[in-house]
Write a protein that binds this ligand. Structure first.
Ligand code: ADP
Ligand code: MG
Length: 155
């Protein structure tokens, strides 16, 4: 587990960008946290780290949005998904891009075993957030160790 505290949207954005630079095709990240926690803010930073130049918006009404970058980004907000409805998730997860999922508990049974779960903790009316990274599988465990090293090095 790795925890990064941020005290502004920009700090969350910066951390997500650093993480985005480390990602590879087929990587899956989930973002859990209440409304307004910063899931979409995080995804915008991640998109920058993936070299996406388009504006990233919340996909709430479309459920899945795709962006082009160094790698494609598939941004899902499955909050409004009907229970157990399958939108071809496996093809995204196994595709050439990186998938980021907001409200992943809605599609628990579809999620791959190897992934990075990020929990965003916040208290209303403050700008402080705790980004708690729970790596699942060796690849993401190593990535979290790298993030710890990066932080020690002052990045
Ligand atoms: P979600 O997608 O989780 O509903 P958003 O990213 O849309 O959340 O909104 C988060 C809001 O909180 C934004 O208005 C953002 O500017 C603000 N905010 C304040 N502090 C932070 C922080 N440290 N990290 C992320 N967002 C923050
Ligand atoms: Mg959102």
């Amino acid at each position: 587990m790795f925890v990064r505290d941020t005290d502004s949207p920009e700090a969350t954005d910066r951390f997500a960008q650093q993480l985005g630079e480390k990602l590879q095709p087929g990587d899956v990240l989930t973002l859990t946290g209440d409304l307004g926690a910063g899931k979409t803010t995080f995804t915008k930073g991640l998109a920058q780290g993936l070299g996406v130049r388009q504006v990233v918006n919340s996909p709430t009404f479309t459920i899945i949005k795709e962006y082009e970058g160094r790698l494609p980004l598939y941004h899902m907000d499955v909050y409004r998904l009907d229970e157990e409805e399958d939108l071809g998730f496996d093809e995204y997860f196994e595709g050439d891009g990186v998938t980021v999922i907001e409200w992943p508990d809605r599609i628990d049974s579809w999620l791959p075993a190897n992934r990075l779960d990020i929990e965003i903790k916040y208290k209303e009316d403050t700008d402080k957030r705790s980004l708690v990274c729970h790596p699942k599988g060796e690849r993401f465990e190593k990535m979290c160790e790298e993030l710890i090293d990066d932080e020690r090095a002052g990045n």
